[in-house]
Write a protein that binds this ligand. Structure first.
Ligand code: BES
Ligand code: ZN
Ligand code: ZN
Length: 491
């Protein structure tokens, strides 16, 4: 697939392809008619042909008498046009362009499209689709055929600027997807640490640091120490810090579960349950991707990212069921299931982050429970947030990015489920009832009650087994664009 997609400020002398948008319930738009006439009416003929239905993301390709290749990209019904349609259309278009080996494309943005969706928003969504649809993970394949670069030009300036912003967001998302897809024998804790350091070096306005080795002990990060004990790859807390130029409008803390591989530990996962557990680092990878986006968007708030990073493995030094560990806030936790490890390492991040940075808001992202996959599938992430203002911000960011959220309850009945016999809490209650909520309830004991906090369980949304336009099977980078939207205009 393409590894580089860019908008061009200058038009091409002879683009390899031109792209027009069509609606199911409309004829060719006026602005496209002149082009149609100049090309022997091949567009109108294709438009009325049997195989062109103008369904969302459907691509019809025609070759004009001049030899020019023209793609008609379907946008379904005009009245129903929304950014999601454009995102999917971008995915369809980029796949077709790549298949045809095209390196330069000119976009025609008709008036109907601009009337139905504001140009910057429409362009951004289409650009996101182009970039997201272009992702493939071929690192470990011998042949990587095809054109590698796509240059896009449109004389609709606002739309084009939108495409450019969308491509940037997609690139940050694809960075997260690429790391998420990297297998656990390569993407060890140290590998992820080096990737975060390299990102900070590239982006200039991010500062990298890490807590590892003896420092984990002095800072009493008992979750990381215990979950990471059995692995040859040492656990660590990765930190990235973005500081705005000028006066800061607050501090937001992001915490991303980064379990490089989750065997379940001694409470070992069954055969089919272990497959895909390289994706247990997706929360942290989404936070890394979001930090890349933040560094480009330059919001007015400080953003701190913490990635509690470990491998949940098995050896004779593994932490056990029945162990009791005590966090620096004096809350003790009885381990009842070593497979409920995510909450243990997130607790380190939440406690340390709240105490050290006194943030105005905290958001954690984690592939925390299989239960949320059962409940919501891959179409929404589950989220918990008891603060109305933060909830509003998240809901708005969710609509803006198309990354859907569904809220679940968190009250004292659920918090009581986490109270244990031999310690203050257990990491998993004896019943599986409400187990995604148990995860959220557990985490709530490690967040300062005065700080607005949201927990987002992305276990279902982080990965797709089937094609889910504009995504190909594999990691989706869920959360990168949600967090970017949330932070972009933080006041
Ligand atoms: N990493 C898993 C959650 C998961 C499951 C993510 C499926 C993606 C797909 C997590 O660490 C885990 O094992 N959770 C347990 C929690 C239980 C022990 C309370 C689960 O979901 O069963
Ligand atoms: Zn687990
Ligand atoms: Zn896990």
């Amino acid at each position: 697939m393409y590894y580089s997609l860019r908008t061009s400020q200058t038009s091409f002398k002879k683009p390899e392809a031109s792209l027009c948008f069509i609606f199911k319930d409309r004829n060719l738009e006026r602005s496209d008619l002149a082009f149609d006439r100049a090309n022997g009416r091949c567009l109108s003929r294709a438009r009325t042909g049997f195989d062109c239905k103008a369904d969302t993301a459907e691509v019809t390709s025609v070759i004009a008498s001049s030899g020019e290749r023209i793609l008609l990209v379907g946008l379904n019904e005009a009245a129903e046009l929304n950014p999601d349609t454009l995102r999917r259309a971008g995915g369809g278009a980029v796949k077709a362009l790549h298949k045809m080996g095209i390196a330069t494309v000119r976009l025609f943005v008709n008036a109907e499209l601009q009337k139905r969706c504001a140009a910057p928003l429409a362009g951004r969504a289409f650009g996101e689709g182009l970039g997201l649809g272009a992702f493939s993970f071929s690192e470990f394949k011998a042949s990587k055929p095809g054109v590698r670069e796509l240059s896009i030009y449109s004389d609709a300036a606002e739309f084009s600027a939108g495409v450019s912003a969308g491509l940037d967001l997609a690139e940050s998302t694809n960075f997260a997807r690429y790391l998420a897809a990297t297998p656990p024998n390569v993407a060890t804790t140290t590998f992820i640490l080096n990737q975060a350091r390299a990102l900070a070096r590239r982006m200039k306005n991010l500062r990298f640091s890490a807590i590892q080795g003896a420092a984990l002990r002095t800072k009493k990060m008992v979750g990381l120490i215990n979950v990471g004990k059995a692995s040859e790859s040492p656990p660590c807390m990765i930190q990235l810090d973005y500081q705005p130029k000028g006066k800061s409008k607050g501090t937001v803390l992001l915490v991303g579960k980064t379990i490089c591989y989750d065997t379940g530990g001694l409470s070992i996962k069954p055969r089919e349950g272990m497959r895909g557990m390289k994706y247990d680092k997706c929360g942290g990878m989404a936070v890394l991707g979001a930090m890349r986006a933040v560094s480009l968007l330059k919001p007015k708030c400080r953003v701190i990212a913490l990635l509690p990073t470990a491998e949940n493995s098995i050896s004779n030094s593994a932490y056990r069921v029945d162990d009791i560990i005590t966090y620096p806030n004096n809350v003790s936790v009885e381990i009842t299931n070593t497979d409920a490890e995510g909450r243990l390492v997130l607790a380190d991040g939440l406690l340390y982050g709240c105490k050290t940075f006194k943030p105005d808001a905290v958001i954690d992202l984690a592939t925390l429970t299989g239960g949320v996959v059962v409940a919501l599938g891959g179409f929404c992430a589950g989220y918990w947030c008891e603060d109305e203002k933060l909830r509003e911000r998240l809901e708005r960011a969710s609509i803006d990015s198309g990354e859907r959220l569904w809220r679940l309850p968190l009250n004292d009945d659920y918090r009581d489920m986490m109270k244990a016999k031999h310690a203050d809490l257990w990491n998993s209650a004896p019943t599986r009832d409400a187990h995604p909520i148990q995860g959220a309830a557990f985490l709530s004991y490690f967040v300062d009650a005065k700080i607005p906090w949201a927990h987002v369980d992305i276990a279902g949304a982080a990965e797709t087994e089937k094609e889910k336009a504009p995504f190909t099977p594999g990691p989706t980078g869920f959360g990168v664009r949600l967090l970017a939207s949330l932070l972009k205009n933080w006041e």
